[in-house]
Design a binder for this molecule. Sequence first.
Ligand code: NZQ
Ligand code: ZN
Length: 381
Amino acid sequence: MLNNFSFKNPTKLIMGKGMIAHLSAEIPSDKKVMITFGGGSVKKHGIYEQVKDALKNHDTVEFWGIEPNPKIETLRKAIELGKEEKVDFLLAVGGGSVIDGTKLISAGLLYDGDAWDLVKKGCETETIPLGTVLTIPATGSEMNNGAVISCLETKEKYAFFSNGPKFSILDPEVTFSLPDYQIACGIADTFVHVLEQYLTKSGESRVMDRWAESILQTLVEIAPKIKENKKDYQNMADFMMCATMALNGFIAMGVSQDWATHMIGHEVTALTGLTHGHTLAIIMPGTMDVMRKQKYEKIMQLGSRVFGVVSGTHDFRINETIRKTRDFFNSLGLTTSLHEENINEDVISEIERRFNDRDVHLGEDGLVTGTIAKEILTKVL
Ligand code: NZQ
Ligand code: ZN
């Protein structure tokens, strides 16, 4: 049965070629704007110039160096600069990491204490306004209120919730410069975002199921085409739409959600540095395998509607669907076992220990504990 829900997504989506030029109309001219960037990729492909040109009549200050898996150690410096400069609008230009980091900055600018307190608290809705120019389709951060922040010192990584962006500009052309590995991780991340909201309980919503399946089917269709030519506008536009629609709340209305794979993946990244989407490609088939009883009907549905697995015994169909999911990640060019990435039992034990310490109960029914997480990771070792 459909669960009760209320839904609101206030982010204005501005999509298409040349749309960065519209930036100035979205940010009031009396604002002091801090523009945040990652490590410099924006200078290689002309995004930097487009943004600067669009904001030439605004008062701006720049902050560079928000790294992949944004670190609190870096974000503290941005908050300090923003306070000094009396910044009252933020523009994140980059991928999920720059956008997530900037979400924490937007809360940190109005907070007197250390911003890591906000991450530990898990949420803060007192924020200054934020807009984004997205450069990599993957996280959905451009149209949601989530962020994931890491601490270098303690090797921790936690989700943090605040306010979504006021607007996000998505120009598929800016993705043409993405390295193959980032594209693969972005497709895997998008695919798993959908599965986390779909591979749960059956019979909750036909509409959500089919929206979710449409994103999965689109990804399966475009992934090989993107591998062949990553500068095709239509393919990259479809990829961008998939990524945004996968995690902006639309496919989550009234249905159960899992997120165990993500929570385990964040630990793997925190402990080893492995890229987010890649952790999911490794872990997701393990989650499906270990949770096959609970997820039985939805795995069968995924098999028949997305991968064309329609005949054979029930066990065969479940195994075949898990295999096809793993094959899909392999086809992107990603490995799907921990040992191929030199990750060993020590990491698994540490994750089990952390989850037990925190007494976690993840997944749609809260069944994924430290012990089950260990079982999942051992399956994909
Ligand atoms: O830093 P620069 O130099 O810009 O280079 C980046 C970075 O090295 C590069 N890049 C980005 N756009 C490019 C480009 N290179 C060439 N051309 C372009 N157009 O790509 C690298 C990775 O960027 P990053 O922002 O880290 O990637 P992604 O968007 O995948 O973000 C990953 C982070 O988002 C979190 C992840 O945990 C991870 O920390 N997530 C955020 C979520 C959310 N806010 O809702 C949900 C996700 O599940 C995820 O957890
Ligand atoms: Zn993700």
